[in-house]
Design a protein around this ligand. Structure first.
Ligand code: SF4
Length: 949
């Protein structure tokens, strides 16, 4: 059949991509390729192609497993062209899923501790044994009302709310996340403006793109965003990158500026000031959508409430943020900042921007960077516009599940302490200190895809906590691979990697809504062939399970007779009295709560579940547009009341149904009405999910909860501002990621390890000359609680005077049990609160069922720098502020690469110093609550438990 030029160039599926090499979906049952190893013979290999979702970062890109029809094994993973977010493309970590599947060192069976914690002695146990023991502990804690002693601590969630609902079913407020060591800084800044905590930038259609993150190598939604940044550039967009270090993103920039770390907000405010002073902002948008009236009412009650007064006062307010001021703070030339400001002013509503991690996770007040960046969008009206930035929840689709258990009737003070009422997420990294303080203890503690001993700051305090049975009764590590924390577990339970488990995903990759389905590919294939598979353990290696089934089974066993009211949330609706199966769970969702999917599936003669198993993703809607500007229909307005701010409240029931975009709303009024929208030019519009319903230039939340001086976007000196450093100290940037590593889970991804397996200290030639070192010389980096030893890498890719060392490295193991391709074997020594770690053996070739393990040529595994960092909780966002004030010296005789020394007594002192900076709810809450109810919070407790007791 003849094909047109267009057919040859574009893949016809939702990727709408230029790549022509994707297998057309009609041929996924029998895809033929030539066997490269048989060359020069033309030997055909036949594959079944089965989609799943990558689990190696949070982007949730689509993968296609090529399952050899003869061997029955996955030969490779490539991109899924039917996936609207990733459009058939992946980074190196996607295909490396295969390394994780075939990892010769992976954990294949449930293990129970045989010696003392950390001793490294294990015995195999059955899943039944582990489940019964853990379930009986949890049941006892629930019955005895010790529900705050059960905690689930997640690193990479990789799903949208499944486990939160399990915890809600148990009636516990036991969710703990890694977010406060990851992205809370940015989230706080965005949430204060728009009520939602992430931006969804439309890079591909932008005229100007401003990034304060390393998006082309490791930023949030890395591959989906990176490809759209490049699309934008190809369309003529100018790219501005702020990064103290020359990241891959910076190498693609039209303007790369390397500011003094923590000064970024000063530059952004200077740009904002330029727009304000020169009337280059969108006056109509600002007048309509900003909550400027609240600002005038509180800060300038002496003037009439009109926009002219506000515009005049705005000029006064920001006049101090001159280019010269920004230059002085950042070390970037004033004329360069001026050029950038002029460029931003040309973008109009096609200004896309993003700040994720980077400085927002580095310095105290890092949240102000995201807040000041978003201010530029808010000034230009570049919000929910083509080429602008959308609030994340509008570009994301989370379907309604089969069961929604009620909000837990409790408040867990260990994760949500009263000192941090405005924290973006759980104060997870303070857990060892809270337990040592005697605030709480844990009966049953789960970690899932999380390795706090290695990932968190202050890892030795975590070891001290985990090895004290009075603080932690039973620790269960749910993990596909060995990790530093799992060594201290009571149970190590093997969980599937990306191609061995079910999850649902949706992310704000662009202006659309899509749903991705992760699935065990061998199960999907067998089902396609007509076989019945009831449990992923039937198709996974060893006894590797998936978490969905694990949690449902555990829930069932916690309440076997249903008397606690828990079992009902794990019960089949089709066969009452039996446990809910995974097929029924997803079948229900795909049939009942994904608009358009049943019709699309029926058109191919498939059930919705079979459609998702076959294609792995579904595009729910394109072009969401300006939800804030939507007119609220009369059916949603009943017995309304309008307040002085133009907020309209209604007694009409909340609209429900599959077409409703999830939109958290401001609180209702005292009469029990709910927020309906805001009055704009005589019409009621949906507005933004903030307390005012508008974009919040002025945060009444900050003002009312003890931070009036920060109520509007502003700049203040961070904990590593030059004024706060001692003589001889410099700044260490420790947060940047290696593009081909995956925190804990890539330690045996051999293709990735070969590319990146070390983390030397980036140091500028001028700085290196000053301390007389060259590349490879050993340095001691001294923090407030200890030091680490690392080789120097002299490079011009870093701002002079600042040093940087990447995350992802320094993996270690205490015994031979572990991922041997990137974990060094170390010895730990302890003398009371003083800890030392020394490498005994680097990485070496070894014999295994994978012949490549004998070809390992690298020895280094880098240094575990996070161990030497004390906790730095930002008093507002709760974010751990990663940047460290350090002294960098030439190593001493006897120092060895990877050496670590820490005194946990000192880490206690630093913890107390930062804790004292907090403004607790007891003293500052304006209404006797623990936290503003409107603020986002995973697993919200019932409303009455927001009251301080
Ligand atoms: S960006 Fe890479 S690691 Fe992340 S989901 Fe996509 S392919 Fe996987």
């Amino acid at each position: 059949m003849a094909t047109s030029k267009k057919d040859e160039t574009f893949y016809p599926g939702p990727s709408r991509s230029h790549l022509a090499a994707f297998p057309p979906k009609e041929r996924w049952d029998d895809w033929t390729e030539l066997d490269s190893r048989a060359w020069p013979k033309r030997k055909e290999r036949h594959y079944s192609l089965v989609p799943t979702t990558c689990f190696n970062c949070e982007s949730a890109c689509g993968l296609l497993a090529y399952i050899d029809k003869v061997t029955g094994e996955v030969q490779k993973f490539e991109g899924n062209p039917e996936h609207p977010g990733s459009r058939g493309r992946n980074c190196a970590k996607g295909p490396a899923t295969l390394n994780q599947v075939t990892d010769p060192d992976r954990i294949l069976y449930p293990l129970k501790r045989a010696g003392s914690r950390g001793e490294g002695k294990w015995e195999r146990c059955s899943w039944d044994q582990a489940l019964d023991d853990i379930a009986s502990r949890i049941r006892k804690a629930i019955v005895e009302d010790r529900r705050d002693e059960v905690m689930y601590h997640v690193g990479r969630p990789g799903e949208d709310g499944f486990t939160e609902r399990i915890l809600a079913a148990w009636g516990i407020d036991g969710h703990n996340s890694h977010t406060n060591i990851c992205s809370s800084g940015s989230r706080e800044g965005y949430q204060l403006w728009m009520g939602l905590d992430r931006p969804s930038p439309d890079h591909a259609n932008a005229k100007v793109i401003l990034l304060i993150s390393a998006h082309l190598e490791s930023g949030h939604y890395f591959n989906p965003h990176a490809q759209r940044v490049i699309d934008g550039k190809a369309n003529g967009a100018k790219l501005i990158v702020f990064d103290t270090r020359l990241s891959h993103t910076a190498t693609h920039a039209d303007y790369w500026v390397a500011p003094y770390p923590g000064s970024e907000a000063a530059i952004l405010l200077a740009i904002a000031n330029y727009l304000i002073q020169n009337d280059l902002y969108d006056r109509t948008f600002v007048e309509t959508w900003w909550n400027w009236k609240e600002y005038l009412a509180v800060e300038h009650p002496e003037v009439d409430t009109n926009f002219s007064n506000y515009a005049r006062l705005l000029k006064d307010e920001y006049a101090k943020y001159t280019f010269e001021f920004a230059a002085q703070e950042s070390g970037v030339e004033a004329k360069v900042i001026a050029e950038i400001a002029q460029l931003v002013a040309t973008a109009g509503t096609r200004f896309s921007s993003h700040n994720w991690r980077s400085v927002a996770s580095g310095v105290s007040g890092g949240w102000t960077v995201a807040r000041c960046l978003f201010m530029l969008n808010a000034l230009l009206g570049a919000i929910a516009t083509e080429g602008g930035v959308y609030p994340n929840a509008w570009n994301k689709f989370v379907p309604r599940p089969i069961y929604t258990p009620p909000h837990p009737k409790m408040w867990n003070e260990t994760t949500w302490p009263r000192e941090y009422p405005l924290s973006m997420n759980e104060m997870s990294f303070l857990l060892p200190h809270f337990l040592k303080d005697g605030r709480a203890k844990l009966d049953t503690y789960f970690t899932r895809v999380y390795n706090p001993v290695w990932t968190n700051p202050d890892g030795f305090s975590w070891i001290e906590m985990l090895t004290d049975p009075n603080l932690v009764g039973c620790y269960v590590a749910l993990t596909p691979t060995w990790n530093e924390t799992a060594y201290y577990a009571d149970y190590v339970l093997p969980m599937g990697v990306g191609s061995e488990r079910h999850d649902l995903h949706s992310y704000e990759t662009h202006d659309s809504q899509w749903l991705g389905f992760r699935q065990p590919v061998m199960k999907a294939l067998r089902q396609r062939e007509g076989q019945q598979i009831n449990d992923t353990r039937e198709v996974n290696p060893g006894e590797v399970w998936e978490e969905n089934e694990f949690w449902l089974e555990l829930t069932w066993r916690i309440d076997p007779d249903g008397s606690l009211g828990i079992r009902q949330y794990a019960e089949s609706q089709k066969n009452p009295g039996t446990r809910l199966g995974i097929d029924e769970y997803y079948e229900w969702i795909f049939e009942n709560s994904v608009p358009g999917l049943p019709e699309k599936a029926a058109a191919e003669n498939l059930t919705p579940l079979a459609f998702m198993r076959r294609y792995g993703a579904f595009e729910v809607k394109q072009k969401i547009g300006k939800l804030y500007d939507q007119v609220v229909g009369p059916e949603e307005l009943e017995d309304t009341r309008e307040d002085l701010l133009g907020r309209v409240f209604t007694r009409a029931a909340k609209p429900t149904g599959p077409n409703i975009v999830p939109l958290p709303l401001p609180e209702g009024d005292e009469d029990g009405r709910r927020f309906a929208g805001i009055k704009v030019n005589g019409e009621i519009k949906r507005g933004f999910p903030t307390p005012s319903g508008r974009l919040e230039f002025y945060s009444t939340t900050l003002s009312n909860w003890g931070w009036p001086e920060l109520a509007i976007p502003s700049y203040f000196k961070s904990h590593v501002h030059p004024d706060n450093l001692q003589a001889g100290q410099t700044i260490l940037i420790s947060t940047f990621r290696l593009p081909v590593q995956i925190h804990t889970r890539s330690a045996n991804a051999k293709w990735l390890d070969e590319i990146a397996h070390t983390n030397p200290l980036w140091i500028h030639p001028a700085h290196a000359a000053e301390i007389q070192v060259i590349t490879g010389d050993l340095l001691r980096v001294e923090t407030d609680i200890g030091y680490y030893v690392v080789p120097a890498w002299v490079t011009e890719g870093i701002r002079p005077g600042i040093v940087a060392c990447s995350h992802h490295m320094g993996r270690w193991k205490l015994t031979d049990e572990g991922q041997r391709q990137l974990m060094a074997t170390v010895k730990l020594k302890r003398q009371e609160t003083k800890w030392a770690l020394r490498r005994e053996k680097g990485v070496e070739p070894y014999q295994s069922e994978d012949a490549d393990t004998l070809r390992i040529w690298w020895k280094d595994a880098g240094v575990h720098q996070n161990m030497t960092f004390p906790v730095h909780p930002d008093p507002i966002s709760g974010m751990h502020c990663w940047h460290q004030a350090v002294r960098v010296r030439v190593a001493r005789p006897g120092d060895q690469p990877g050496d670590i020394f820490v005194d946990t007594q000192k880490s206690r002192e630093v913890y107390k110093k930062w804790l004292a900076l907090a403004r607790p709810a007891d003293k500052y809450s304006p209404d006797g609550s623990r936290r503003p109810y409107w603020m986002l919070r995973p697993l919200k407790p019932a409303r009455e438990f927001y009251k301080l007791s």
